[in-house]
Design a protein. Structure first.
Length: 115
């Protein structure tokens, strides 16, 4: 059974930082390209950061230079370091296989950027 458990979100002021974590289970984690997605209120889910199974990363233009994705295959864990946060980064953040996720999604972790 595929499962993702995201954590690390919270309330942060503009310009602040957060580090998100996602622990995967039920999959052979290291063979998959993984990604962080986010969904803001009344918007669709978007893929913001990708870590390819063969190495290398890709970022959406809106987060490039501010977010860093990393992974620990031994721990089946995906990370997202978010710096210089902006109000428009407010969303629920999820991890899953990229660019198309498994049907099963975690509950996500809420990130709110507000003064």
């Amino acid at each position: 059974q595929v499962q993702f458990v995201e954590s690390g979100g919270g309330l942060v002021q503009p310009g602040g930082s957060l580090r998100l974590s996602c622990v995967a289970s039920g999959i052979n984690f290291n063979i998959y390209t993984m990604g962080w997605y986010r969904q803001a209120p009344e918007k669709g889910r978007e893929l913001v950061a990708t870590y390819y199974n063969v190495g290398g990363t890709h970022y959406a233009g809106s987060v490039k230079g501010r977010f860093t994705i990393s992974r620990d295959n031994a721990k089946k864990t995906l990370y997202l370091q978010m710096n210089s946060l902006k109000s428009e980064d407010t969303a629920v953040y999820y991890c899953n296989k990229a660019p198309l996720g498994f049907p099963s999604w975690g509950t996500g972790t809420q990130v709110t950027v507000s003064s």
